[in-house]
Design a protein around this ligand. Structure first.
Ligand SMILES: CC(C)(COP(=O)(O)OP(=O)(O)OC[C@H]1O[C@@H](n2cnc3c(N)ncnc32)[C@H](O)[C@@H]1OP(=O)(O)O)[C@@H](O)C(=O)NCCC(=O)NCCS
Length: 173
């Protein structure tokens, strides 16, 4: 099995359009803003994501973030994001990384793999203490985080939702 986590690129827009339409629009605070876009709007969205990765055209209160697509044997199966740094709000809820696996590929261990690969990218970006938040009822997500070695820091109620905060020490990679 060959696994590759590739930053989203304009040249991949053609091949990834269908993938992003199949990925749900929103689940467990993980949003796919490309869902429901026309083909033309999708290309504009990809460009926007590339801009965000370069710290350009960020909305008020947003920090730079890079979007990756995980390919398994050259087939796109998931998406992840790395925020380059956090602001006060994201330190409390949001964290550095988010992951999303296409429903048809769930339950095969790809959640564990995408978290591990994304932590590696975060480390390469110079993040030493990587924060990851999961809703308490999102068992597959926090189990995957624990499986790769993240440590539970605290459990808090945020906007009425029970949220688990994990910390991953990048020196472990
Ligand atoms: C969370 C998510 C990425 C997990 O992906 P996945 O490919 O199904 O995960 P895996 O198959 O690697 O399973 C991860 C762990 O959860 C467990 N798990 C999987 N499905 C489960 C379920 N329905 N109930 C309980 N545990 C489950 C697995 O056994 C595994 O734990 P283990 O390694 O200790 O056995 C995927 O469900 C998803 O994209 N969800 C929507 C978006 C989201 O919630 N993202 C996380 C917030 S950032």
């Amino acid at each position: 099995m060959q696994v590759e986590l590739k930053p989203l690129q304009l040249s991949d827009a053609d091949t990834l359009y269908e993938f992003f339409q199949k990925l749900p629009a929103s689940e467990n605070s993980k949003n796919n803003r490309a869902h429901g876009l026309s083909r033309k709007e999708f290309t504009q969205w990809v460009q926007k994501e590339i801009d965000y990765s370069q710290g350009k055209n960020l909305r008020e209160g947003y920090v730079p973030r890079t979007t990756f697509v995980m390919y398994v044997d050259n087939i796109p199966v998931g998406v992840s994001n790395v925020r380059h740094y956090l602001n006060e709000k994201l330190e409390k809820y949001g964290g550095h990384i988010g992951v999303h696996i296409l429903p048809e590929y769930r339950g095969r261990g790809y959640g564990n793999i995408i978290i591990m690969e994304t932590l590696q990218k975060a480390k390469e970006m110079g993040i030493k203490r990587i924060l990851i938040f999961h809703n308490d009822d999102n068992v597959p997500a926090w189990r995957a985080s624990e499986r790769v070695g993240s440590k539970l820091d605290s459990i808090n109620i945020i906007d009425g939702i029970k949220v688990r905060k994990y910390v991953f020490d990048a020196s472990k990679l």
